[in-house]
Design a protein. Structure first.
Length: 408
């Protein structure tokens, strides 16, 4: 099969890109042919990619003057250049199916129109809440999770009233306008199937009135060709972006109550300085900020921890770090929100705690720290689940079925 992936970026800037490239590699390993259409933001994952000549200009508002921002704004709603360039690429490669990822503000839904005109079916992986929330994150007033999902039915006025997009009124107005315009032109109606990484996302999509017949749950996958390690070096682990909605400040405060328990924090982000200040304010000696790690260094962090902790306070679409931990035979302590609560089976392969609940998070960490046999049992269950549910072969079979149904 020949598949074209659409995404704003042709490099691993975040989880969406990581999933896209993993999926493309899996298809290639199985003998399928893959292509990409993205913006020209560099660096590219493949420097000399032959079809990069069709990539459309990256819209970098942060470097634009006020006048240029105003002039460019319509392009971030409907990108005519992307529509034209993709049309040329489609005529050249003639894919069987197009797999859409993240389009908002760059490629824009204009590219869906191109696919529809050329009668090429499109499936889309929902990597974030962009179709359901104008601020994308379901963070209300840039502070707390929006439990009521105020804008999910299409009325984006709440995004403006609450300054939801980065706590910036102008950005919130633009986000609300783009969200409303996207609902109005209905180009997403031209998508054959929406791939939901967890049942939690499917439930929200149904609430947003996306037809049930177009929604299919397909979990992300991970390479399971690794050796689990059911021993540890007596520390807990957080891996991920250091941002407010990840709940790291709550985790730091939990460690205040556990002076004899060690925590490693791996990652970078805008919340890093606040985390350092909180650690210093509490005079904590049991937390190590390790910065960004990858490859063998990151693998060793996973292999040698007691368990990983995912203390998010906002809706998580999936949580790749959970199955990363599972494949090394590590249980996960996570909050009861979004996709996290759909991946972790409480008291089977990890522990679930209420969102932003310092007391119960502390108790969960202490429970695993004092029960090495329980840690091993949960870790073995975690490894078993990743083999049964999140393996590449399982994913490939399900994905091929979705592609074939879209083509029919």
């Amino acid at each position: 099969m020949e598949v074209l992936f659409l995404n704003n970026f042709f490099t691993e800037f975040g989880g969406a890109e990581k999933v896209m490239f993993r999926t493309a590699e899996l298809l290639q390993e199985k003998g399928d042919k893959v292509h990409f259409f993205c913006t020209d933001r560099k660096p590219y994952t493949v420097d000399d990619y032959e079809y990069s000549k069709y990539f459309t200009e990256y819209i970098n508002f942060s470097k634009f003057s006020a006048v240029k921002k105003l002039n460019t704004l319509p392009k971030s709603f409907y990108n005519v250049e992307a529509e034209k360039n993709l049309s040329l690429l489609l005529k050249e490669i003639k894919p069987d199916v197009v797999h859409n990822n993240c389009l908002i503000y760059n490629l824009t839904p204009s590219v869906l129109n191109t696919c529809y005109k050329q009668k090429i079916p499109v499936v889309m992986t929902m990597h974030d809440c962009g179709l359901l929330c104008p601020a994308i994150t379901f963070i209300k007033k840039n502070q707390n999770y929006c439990h009521t999902h105020d804008c999910i039915n299409g009325n984006a006025i709440h995004c403006i009233i609450n300054n939801c997009f980065q706590n910036d009124l102008l950005k919130s107005v633009i986000a609300a306008m783009e969200f409303t315009y996207r609902r109005f032109h209905r180009l997403y109606d031209k998508i054959s199937y929406f791939i939901c990484p967890t049942e939690a996302i499917r439930e929200l999509a149904l609430k947003a009135k996306i037809p049930a017949s177009k929604l299919v749950v397909l979990e992300h996958f991970i390479d399971i060709d690794t050796t689990p390690n059911y021993d540890n070096k007596n520390y807990f682990l957080y891996v991920g972006r250091l941002s407010k909605e990840k709940g790291i400040i709550t985790l730091v405060n939990a460690m205040k109550n556990l002076p004899n328990v060690e925590l490693h924090i791996v990652g970078k982000g805008e919340e890093e300085e606040n985390i350092k200040n909180e650690i210093n304010r509490l005079n904590l000696k049991n937390i190590k900020l390790l910065g960004y790690k990858s490859g063998e260094e990151l693998e060793n962090e996973y292999k040698n921890c007691i368990a990983t902790i995912v203390p998010s306070t906002a809706f998580e679409m999936f949580g790749l770090i959970i199955i990363e931990a599972f494949r090394y035979g590590k249980p996960v302590i996570g909050t009861e929100i979004g996709g996290i609560a759909k991946i972790i089976d409480n008291n089977q392969n990890g522990l679930l705690v209420p969102v932003d609940n310092l007391e119960e998070l502390t108790q969960a960490i202490n429970k695993l720290n004092n029960n090495p046999e329980l840690v091993k049992e949960l870790g073995k269950n975690a490894r078993q689940k990743v083999e049964q549910v999140y393996s590449p072969d399982v994913h490939y079979k399900k994905l091929m079925n979705i592609y074939n149904q879209a083509i029919k």
